[in-house]
Write a protein that binds this ligand. Structure first.
Ligand code: SF4
Ligand code: SF4
Length: 90
């Protein structure tokens, strides 16, 4: 599962940056089209929920989602991993 911030809902309050144990949410620096500075995600693949939600069949951690006043945080399905051929030149 992939962690996402819905930019149409986020108001840039940065509450999510305070709660994540992995500090995945970092304060943003650039306003979007609505003038909102949305947090940026630092290596979101580390999120407990992204990694283990499928295995456990329920939301794990989820503190960021609980604290977000605008329901802007969610997880979406990712496409299955497609191995790609890599040519190694010696
Ligand atoms: S679910 Fe937990 S680990 Fe994942 S981004 Fe939110 S606060 Fe961080
Ligand atoms: S808590 Fe929600 S509304 Fe506030 S900055 Fe984070 S994603 Fe945006």
């Amino acid at each position: 599962m992939k962690l996402m911030i819905d930019e149409t809902r986020c108001k840039g309050c940065n509450l999510c940056t305070l709660v994540c144990p992995y500090k995945i949410f970092q304060e943003g620096t650039t306003p979007n089209r609505r003038g909102v500075v949305v947090p940026v995600l630092d290596r979101p693949e580390r999120c407990t929920n992204s990694r283990l939600q499928k295995l456990y069949g329920r939301v794990l951690c989820g503190v960021c989602q609980m604290i977000c006043p605008d329901q802007a945080i969610r997880w979406v399905e990712e496409k299955p991993y497609n191995p790609e051929k890599v040519v190694i030149e010696y």
